[in-house]
Ligand binder design. Structure first.
Ligand code: ADP
Ligand code: PRP
Length: 186
């Protein structure tokens, strides 16, 4: 990866709900060369489970945003998400920092982070339905709303995008992601 001054790239992992972003990120953080995970701030109940995130109330989120804590923030699924500026400290000496972003903020992220790679994770529609239902974090109505966003395209203008199919075994997607990132490190 073209890390400058020992600062690793930000690697955005994006794709529809249930495609396996969090699973892929966790596996890459274990098997990838010095890949680190960025913890998000989310206005989601602390007991919702899944990824490791900092749960805050809407009032707390607004205060953090007002105080300039976030490098990037957005809304989706009726929730607010923020990436603290602390991500810069995590990039120091890292092979890369993995972060789960909305497809809607990628162009902004490319400007903010500079050295920026997108892993666009895909899976067949029937696989998405099965995985989202099995995950059990959302009720049936919320699962339907999330599936409706599945076909949202990536924005035009992204410079470094790798498409990773996670329709099969997670280990296959991990290997594909590592292979995609490898030439970037040459
Ligand atoms: N390749 C895979 N094969 C089988 N199950 C998977 C695979 N990838 C993810 N899952 C499962 O699918 C569900 C959704 O995955 P998750 O990582 O939460 O997706 P996302 O973060 O994109 O919403 C989880 O229950 C996870 O364990
Ligand atoms: O604009 P989109 O690309 O559709 O993304 C919408 C939201 O979905 C993901 O969040 P989250 O990880 O909370 O949801 P998920 O696990 O169901 O994908 C992603 O980080 C965005 O916050």
């Amino acid at each position: 990866m073209s890390a400058s001054a020992n600062k690793g790239p930000v690697i955005a992992v994006v794709g529809p709900s249930g495609v396996g972003k969090d699973s892929l990120m966790s596996a890459l953080a274990v098997s990838g060369p010095q890949l680190r995970l960025m913890r998000r701030v989310i206005t989601r109940a602390p007991e919702a489970g899944g990824e490791d995130y900092q749960a805050v109330t809407e009032a707390e989120f607004s205060a953090l945003a007002r105080n300039g804590v976030f490098a990037l923030d957005w809304q989706a699924h009726g929730l607010q998400y923020g990436i603290p500026r602390d991500i810069e400290a995590l990039r120091a000496g890292a092979g890369g920092v993995l972060v789960n972003l909305s497809r809607a903020v990628l162009l902004q992220a490319q400007e903010v982070f500079g050295d920026f790679i997108v892993l666009s994770v895909t899976a067949r529609p029937e696989v998405l339905v099965e995985r989202l239902s099995a995950r059990g974090r959302e009720d049936a109505g919320e699962v339907r709303r999330r599936l409706a966003r599945a076909a949202n395209p990536l924005p035009e203008g992204l410079r470094r995008v790798h498409v990773i199919d996670n329709s099969g075994a997670l280990s296959t997607a991990v290997a594909a992601a590592l292979a995609a990132l490898q030439p970037e490190r040459a």
